[in-house]
Design a protein around this ligand. Structure first.
Ligand SMILES: [Zn+2]
Ligand SMILES: [Zn+2]
Length: 148
């Protein structure tokens, strides 16, 4: 499976040593740290169900983009979404690409980086950066999300 941005070979969830990838069904790009998320790859039923709900928001809605789904090669769509925090307010908007055909999503590294504090480590490799971003996603995904 290839990264839709730079055609690097994606690291599959079960090839990673971090359970956060398999729990959420996250493959990651070793060169741009983008995350490809698929509901059928998620080992957690909670995550898989939630990803299916998110997928419903891409079937008939969303703006078509020239990005190829890494799982089924359909043209993806883009939508903004946010998570509702404990105090009821919403996080900053995150742009997510979703496949209208299969329940897959693409998150550019920069989208989640905006919501995570800088690691302060200047020479972080894309793979360890992807690990950090997967943890951020895992934490946020326990909150209710809103598709804008
Ligand atoms: Zn990439
Ligand atoms: Zn697809």
């Amino acid at each position: 499976m290839l990264c839709p941005r730079d055609n690097s070979i994606l690291v599959m969830p079960n090839e990673s040593d971090k359970s956060v990838f398999s729990r959420n069904g996250i493959s990651h790009c070793p060169s741009c740290a983008g995350l490809a998320i698929n509901s059928h790859s998620a080992t957690s039923e909670f995550c898989s169900d939630k990803l299916e709900v998110m997928h419903d928001g891409f079937k008939d809605e969303g703006t078509p983009v020239s990005l190829c789904c890494p799982f089924c090669q359909s043209d993806m769509k883009v939508r903004d979404f946010a998570f509702r925090k404990m105090d009821g307010s919403l996080t900053e908007l995150i742009e997510i690409d979703g496949c209208p055909n299969c329940s897959s999503f693409w998150l550019d590294a920069g989208e989640l980086q905006r919501l995570s504090p800088p690691s302060g480590d200047a020479d972080t490799s894309p793979s360890s950066e992807a690990g950090t971003l997967a943890i951020v996603f895992d934490l946020l995904f326990h909150l209710p999300f809103v598709l804008i």
